[in-house]
Design a protein around this ligand. Structure first.
Ligand code: A3P
Length: 336
């Protein structure tokens, strides 16, 4: 199999890599242990060779369906709170979807043709969201010397699987002909593929553990959050996020209720109730309704979709894969 040590000629490399077409909405190619959407390979090359990192860049990283939308809203509201107070009627998050306020990194480059650094003209500080596994990020982002920071959110794999299965079905029903539209895609099929690591940027546990290990090694570079902790203690996690990205709340702000206002602005119920998130659409290489990103927003909803046996199978696969790593999905409150 061909390999690329320096992420050059990725468009030529992609067709030589193992292919997976059973996991909608994208054909996937296995690269360095991860199943990446085929259409993103040219963007990976651009990110490695042409993207100019700035010390003020903040990358919001997640495995898909683990809290990206929420993290984008919280990050945007926190960084921009002086210009846009969270309780303001015309706050950008009341008028635009979180994915319009914080762009997807690699899909935006791919959607523009793959070869251009579409973020070059963006003002600092740039908030960019990515699903790229840690080990596939360029050194000019991961190096200490880059100065930029990475915030990661992880989620229980069973909820991630269910959220991803439901979202994939909606995405593949979108009008674009180039998306995979399998005749059948049952939760059983999705589970089998997920357990085999065959899903967008999977294996999920490896994606999570790479960022977690880096957060343990360099807590000043990578902040590791958990979706379930964020649901339990949103204000505490927003403060942690703000401290980490260099926008700490002052005592006066806390006393004035700014943290709570950000939590409220970005809450699932509030964002979902906004007109833009009910009827707006997102263009990100394909077209999907903003409402697809707001389903239930709780922990443990997997129980309504998969049997205890299916859950035990996934837990077993994940437990085995994580053996010796020191990481646990069910650890509570250790996200420092
Ligand atoms: P469910 O499908 O379990 O409801 P992503 O943003 O990475 O695509 O993840 C989507 C998941 O996050 C969906 O989970 C969605 O409902 C949930 N979500 C979206 N916005 C949220 C918010 N503000 N608070 C909590 N969960 C949110």
């Amino acid at each position: 199999m061909a390999t690329s040590s320096n992420f050059m000629d990725m468009a030529k490399l992609a067709p030589t890599l193992p292919l997976e077409r059973r996991c909608p909405p994208f054909p996937l190619r296995q690269f360095r242990g991860f199943w990446m959407p085929e259409g993103l390979f040219p963007a990976l090359e651009t990110i490695h060779s042409r993207f100019q990192t700035r010390p003020s860049d903040i990358f919001l990283a997640c495995f898909p369906k683990s809290g990206t939308t929420w993290l984008k809203a919280l990050g945007f509201a926190t960084v921009n709170r002086r210009e846009h107070p969270p309780s303001g009627e015309d706050h950008p998050l009341r008028l635009h979807g979180p994915h319009d306020c914080v762009k997807f990194f690699e899909p935006s480059i791919a959607a523009a043709g793959g070869s251009e650094d579409v973020f070059a003209a963006f003002p600092s500080p740039r908030l960019l969201s990515t699903h790229i596994p840690y080990s596939l990020l360029p050194e000019h982002i991961t190096a200490d010397s880059s100065g930029c920071r990475i915030v990661y959110v992880c989620r229980d794999p069973k909820d991630t699987l269910v959220s991803s299965w439901l979202f994939s079905k909606k995405a593949s029903a979108a009008g674009n002909v180039e998306l995979l539209k399998p005749a059948s895609y049952t939760i059983n099929e999705a589970l089998e593929l997920f357990c085999d690591g065959r899903c967008v940027t999977g294996p999920q546990w490896r994606h999570v553990v790479e960022y977690w290990e880096e957060s343990q090694r360099r807590p000043e570079k990578v902040l590791f959050l958990r979706y379930e902790d964020m649901l339990r203690e949103p204000a505490r996690n927003v403060k942690k996020l703000a401290d980490f990205i260099g926008y700490p709340f002052s005592g006066e702000e806390e006393a004035a209720g700014v943290v709570d206002a950000i939590v409220e602005l970005c809450s699932f119920d509030h964002l979902r109730s906004l007109e833009v998130n009910k009827t707006g659409v997102l263009e990100v290489g394909f077209t999907i309704g903003n409402k697809s990103f707001f389903r239930k927003g709780v922990a443990g909803d997997w129980i309504n979709y998969i049997s205890p046996e299916m859950a035990a199978k996934l837990d077993g696969v994940v437990g085995e894969a994580l053996r010796g790593s020191g990481f646990r999905f069910d650890a509570v409150g250790d996200s420092t």
